[in-house]
Design a protein around this ligand. Structure first.
Ligand SMILES: NC(=O)c1ccc[n+]([C@@H]2O[C@H](COP(=O)([O-])OP(=O)(O)OC[C@H]3O[C@@H](n4cnc5c(N)ncnc54)[C@H](O)[C@@H]3O)[C@@H](O)[C@H]2O)c1
Length: 435
């Protein structure tokens, strides 16, 4: 019996040792497996972290860009007290004239809302204000009603150059009629004053020279320019109906030819055509004999006149233009000789006219455009007397600045830098949409 116990206890001791050894091995194996699992997980984590970093990097860059744009320097803006600061709406404010007007009113310290459908305007014209606390840009078509609170409305929305307003005549009519009604309705509702950007085209091909505000005009109501000319005439009629019937305060500026930076490269009018042709060494195209006259004002003069008129108490129409009259051919001979302003650094075309007098052989004479006015010159005595306004920028100086602007744009294009082209004058495909 004793022997049996001894055997069993001996077996137990060996079993115990064996069991202990097995337990130790199992423990070590578990630890090892844990270590392996941990390292696999860590490797996975590192890869995931790398992937997250890669995905987040562009977002971080975007945030940095946004932060930089928030700290962007804006042109200097005056501080106006609550009493003097106005809430101003500019329709067509991303266009040529509208963007210069935006600059002036922003710098004067007002709160601006620019409304534009970007038919001929560009965001680029006002992008230097985007993000400013006094500035808001709304993509909106004035043919649709607009509900905002404002004190003054500069109503400029309308294509202005013949290729642009003839591109979709029905839309031009709607913009100038329904669009103007909508803006007058808004002015009535909120008690705002409205200034209409009318045009010298309301005088048509004038029989009176120079044209004063009393002249009723000589317009072909069914010609190719009628959508614009008659559109603006009825827009004026609407202004005075709202003034008489609803007591809306209106101002009407009859604007004559204006030029300057930010005008459309493919505007199709004399100044832009000649500058582009000269800079690119192409033949200079003159419609008709070139003896028809035009008077051009620089855009800063017009903008000053618009602001003076808006803040005046003159509710009848006022001409704003430069009375210095030139024939088209004058552009190529002293003292204007605009080509003398083409900068020497322009190397776009070695055969460019650059500073040389132009011979008639370099001019390509084309047939006269239908209903093209023969003589155009504003009588600005009213603006002088009642607003104390007259143009101060000489034609040569304005041309020089505009040539610099166009040559910079062409250089950008030559360097393949992105320049959004004005969307005007697209060719029609099929039936046009009259939205
Ligand atoms: N530039 C001139 O020589 C001249 C001469 C006489 C009158 N005007 C008048 O001055 C105003 C501005 O002319 P501009 O030379 O700056 O022309 P522009 O084409 O550069 O500007 C017109 C602006 O109105 C916008 N617009 C057009 N239709 C619109 C619509 N339905 N809704 C919203 N926005 C619309 C365009 O996108 C553009 O930004 C126009 O009313 C024009 O008739 C200009």
């Amino acid at each position: 019996m004793k022997r049996v116990f001894w055997l069993l206890s001996g077996l137990n001791r060996r079993m115990m040792k064996l069991l202990f050894a097995l337990a130790l091995i199992a423990y070590i194996a578990c630890e090892y497996i844990d270590l392996i699992l941990l390292s696999i997980q860590e490797n996975g984590d590192v890869k995931i972290e790398q992937k997250i970093d890669e995905a987040v990097a562009p977002l971080r860059e975007k945030i940095r860009d946004l932060e930089q744009s928030f700290s962007q320097k804006y042109p200097p803006v005056k501080f106006l007290s609550e009493k003097d600061r106005k809430r101003i709406l500019i329709t067509g404010g991303a266009g040529f004239v509208g963007s210069h007007l935006t600059d002036k009113l922003m710098m004067d310290g007002h709160e601006l809302t620019v409304v534009d459908n970007f038919f001929t305007g560009r965001k680029r014209n006002v992008e230097h204000w985007i993000g400013h606390e006094n500035f808001e840009l709304i993509n909106h078509d004035v043919v649709e009603p607009l509900y905002i609170e404002v004190d003054q409305i500069y109503h400029l929305a309308s294509p202005a150059s013949p290729p642009n307003y003839m591109y979709n005549p029905i839309k031009t009519l709607k913009t100038n009629t329904i669009g103007t009604l909508n803006m007058l309705g808004l002015a009535k509702r909120v008690g705002a004053r409205l200034l209409l950007a009318s045009t010298s085209e309301v005088y048509g091909d004038p029989e009176v020279h120079p044209q004063n505000e009393e002249y009723w005009g000589h317009v072909n109501p069914i010609g190719p320019r009628a959508c614009y000319d008659e559109g603006k005439r009825v827009a004026e009629t609407m202004c005075y109906a709202y003034m008489k019937q609803e007591g809306v305060e209106v101002r009407v500026a009859r604007i004559f030819n204006t030029f300057g930076s930010r005008m459309h490269m493919n505007d199709g009018r004399v100044v832009s055509n000649f500058i582009l042709q000269a800079l690119q060494g192409e033949p200079l195209t003159v419609y008709g004999t070139g003896s028809q006259t035009r008077a051009f004002q620089y855009v800063s003069d017009l903008v000053n006149g618009l602001v003076l008129l808006m803040n005046s108490n003159i509710s009848s129409p006022v001409n704003l233009g430069n009375p210095e009259e030139h024939t088209i051919l004058d552009f190529f001979s002293p003292p204007v000789n605009m080509l003398s302003s083409v900068p020497k650094r322009i190397r776009l075309n070695p055969n460019a006219y650059r500073g040389r007098a132009v011979s008639r052989s370099q001019i390509q004479f084309l047939s006269e455009a239908q209903d093209d006015p023969q003589r155009r010159r504003p009588d600005i005595r009213k603006a002088k007397m009642m607003l104390g306004w007259e143009p101060v920028v000489p034609l040569e100086e304005g041309l020089n600045k505009t040539i610099q602007y166009f040559s910079r744009e062409l250089e950008h294009q030559a360097n393949n830098q992105y320049i959004p082209k004005p969307k005007a004058a697209r060719m029609k495909k099929g039936r046009p949409r009259h939205n």
